[in-house]
Design a protein around this ligand. Sequence first.
Ligand code: HEM
Length: 383
Amino acid sequence: MFDRQFHLEPFVRFEELRRHRPVFYVEALDAWLLLRHDHVKQVLQDPRTFSSDDPRWHTEEFETAPTMITSDDPTHRRLRALAQPAFTPRRIAKLATAVEELCESILDEVEARGDRFDLVEAFSGPFPAIVIAELLGVPREDYPRFRRIAAQAVLATRPEPERSVGMRAGQELNAYYGAFLRERRESGELGDDLTSDFIRAQRDGAECSDGELEAMGSLFLIAGHETTTNLINNAVRCLDDAPKLRAKVVADPDCARDLVTEVLRYRGPVLGNFRFTTRTVEIGETVLPAGSRVLPMLMAANHDPNEYEAPGEFQLERRAKGHLGFGRGIHRCLGEPLAKLEAEIAIPALYRRFPELRVDTERDILPVEVPVIHGCRELHVRV
Ligand code: HEM
């Protein structure tokens, strides 16, 4: 099921499956894939029945502290509350000028590369990675290191032996951020970054262990860029298939918001995330016993013809209501305002700089091959 062709165009396979087997067991993952919009919503809106605290994430060999994305309330609520203030739309809007400047300075470097390059290496990778580094306060020149480790950490969602490689990388990322956190705390130099916020909150009596802060920093280093990198990559792939829209984006950067919304629906970078059933539960006609693993596929839900008309068409003016690209319910993406800000700046800026940008058909697109992400490891373009 999860071969390279699937990862390049997941919705093609989802389409066939949704019609015949919308609740579909995948042995390699020991998980039930859910492909209908109503089933996916059922799961995301019922965190008591569909827990995020999968025992697979804390085996004895790879014990780590919980994070908000791998825990249920009340732990989830407590951890999310620590970071929430930094991600309000108002706080994020203040970053706009700095993010625009960073974007333009990276594009200056990209321009010097000539007329063919790997977009991931040159632009879509470094840009969100540096933004999240600055937000956390970690040195921006460390980004190639944490990008490499983060790319390995997501392998934890694959079957063995990659799972162990991913879990080990997750521990390496915790150790990297943990060392930075301790150094920062000992130096006493606190600023207006998220790490300083964590240290101050802990000092002021917030209930959180060092292990939890380490794991939180590490979660941001993964969730904070791998996703936005692929939102940019996926937007480029969508526009490559729609020359008229490409011209419109070049002519009218104000359409960026609608563009980003439709990319999130049509080619969203998060395919889905696992849940674990706490009781026997029915999904459609399938009865799942307690202790089953499910993988609600957001992208499949976003292509469900019961929810969207002509879901296979990329329509700029669709402004899809209720798309699940950022999830739903208590775990809905915390970074949504930041992700939107970055993408709405980066995509028009990229096409302003390179109006003729096209995917390089002489090179293969290398997809990220993990069951929770839709994106590219390499996306070569011509300008
Ligand atoms: C286009 C970019 C992004 C997409 C499509 C995306 C998507 C998602 C989705 C679908 C979830 C829900 C996972 C679940 O239900 O288990 C999620 C959660 C999360 N995202 Fe994002 N994300 C993006 C960018 C970001 C960024 C930039 C950050 C941080 C700076 C971030 C931080 C988080 C965090 C912390 C959670 C966990 C929230 C919780 O469990 O309460 N994300 N994201």
